[in-house]
Design a protein around this ligand. Structure first.
Ligand code: F6R
Length: 323
């Protein structure tokens, strides 16, 4: 499933009718866009939010709770993302959006969300995946929807898909195969450290290690981590932590200095930080290439640990207990 990532980016495209609705909503003037979703289905929204952080002319907010903030009114477009279509937090937030007469798009493969087709513009995606493996579909659809709402050109995922396929073939023969990286993680708790558009990539990596390899992982963001977490990366600690710095070719001068200095300080304290970067033609390709690479690492780590990367027993148990 993970190796199919590049192809999944082009699997579902928004049709002309949906594009026309988005353009009309954009022309009428939007208050903002709220993207509702949990877990594997929320990551796409976090990527869209990070990508548009500086360029967006309206707020883009990811909602990972049951409720919506009071400022989300009928001028806000909402995008409900749920693979199963049955996630209770997403459905609750969806109901709030419906009560407030927000235009609602839903990206789902089925469930209750699919049955809400009277008031909702549904983008149906194929079944049979784990939600987290459907990330490339969620992301390409959500980004194109928000681009349409913003009245800007839609990202062409065909080109990015080809470039990721080429990268995938190269990693198999490189010195640092995903398997070799997974071996480096063995026995450690990785902390993925990102900045700007690579912060959601760090979060995705943490979640993939948790869900696929069934082991501890955390994430943090520079500059914020320089004001708190840095105090815990000291020689005198009882944990086996592995800092993994996600480095971007697009860091501005101050962020680059912070990343470099933080890495050196951690080294001086006896940690062995990994610096991970991947060549790319722009920020978007960089996000997706790093995501694919780290997704592969998480599956390799599952294999090394002898666990099933697909099952999510604890998530299912909890959902059942909540019924
Ligand atoms: C399972 C996974 C979970 C789910 C989450 C929400 O693969 O990644 O994080 O995504 O429990 O469920 P859905 O995606 O069905 O709304």
């Amino acid at each position: 499933m993970v190796r199919d990532f590049p192809n999944l980016l082009t699997r579902v495209k928004i049709d002309q009718d949906t594009q026309d609705i988005c353009v009309r909503l954009g022309d009428e003037g939007l208050g903002g866009v709220a993207i509702l979703g949990m877990g594997g289905s929320s990551i796409a929204g976090l990527y869209v939010q990070a990508l548009l952080q500086e360029a967006a002319t309206f707020p883009v907010r990811v909602n990972q709770v049951y409720t919506l903030p009071a400022y989300v009114d009928s001028r806000w477009a909402t995008i409900a993302v749920s693979y199963s279509g049955n996630t209770e937090e997403t459905l609750a937030a969806y109901n709030h959006a419906a009560q407030r007469n927000c235009p609602i798009f839903a990206i789902t493969s089925g469930g209750l969300l699919l049955s809400k087709n009277i008031s909702t513009m549904i983008i149906k995606i194929p079944g049979g995946f784990q939600p987290r493996a459907a990330f490339p579909i969620f992301f390409s659809v959500a980004l194109n929807l928000v681009e349409c709402l913003a009245g800007v050109n839609l990202t062409d995922f065909d080109t990015i898909s080809k470039s990721l396929l080429a990268k995938l073939a190269k990693w198999d023969d490189s010195a640092l195969t995903p398997r070799a990286m997974a071996q480096d993680f063995t026995g450690y708790v990785p902390v993925f450290i990102g900045s700007s558009h690579l912060t959601p990539v760090a979060y995705r990596a943490k979640c993939q290690i948790n869900e696929n390899a069934k082991t501890m992982a955390f994430y943090s963001e520079i500059p914020e981590a320089n004001h708190n977490e840095i105090e815990s990366f000291i020689a005198d600690n009882e944990f086996n932590i592995l800092p993994v710095f996600l480095r971007s070719s697009y860091e501005d001068e101050r962020l680059k200095r912070r990343m470099d200095i933080t890495t050196s300080l951690y080294e001086e304290e006896g940690f062995s930080p990994i610096r991970l970067s991947i060549g790319s033609k722009d920020e978007l390709e960089e996000m997706l290439a790093l995501t694919l690479y780290l997704d592969l690492v998480s599956v390799e780590l599952a294999e090394l640990r002898g666990v099933n990367p697909v099952s999510v027993n604890q998530i299912s148990r909890l959902k059942k207990e909540l019924e």
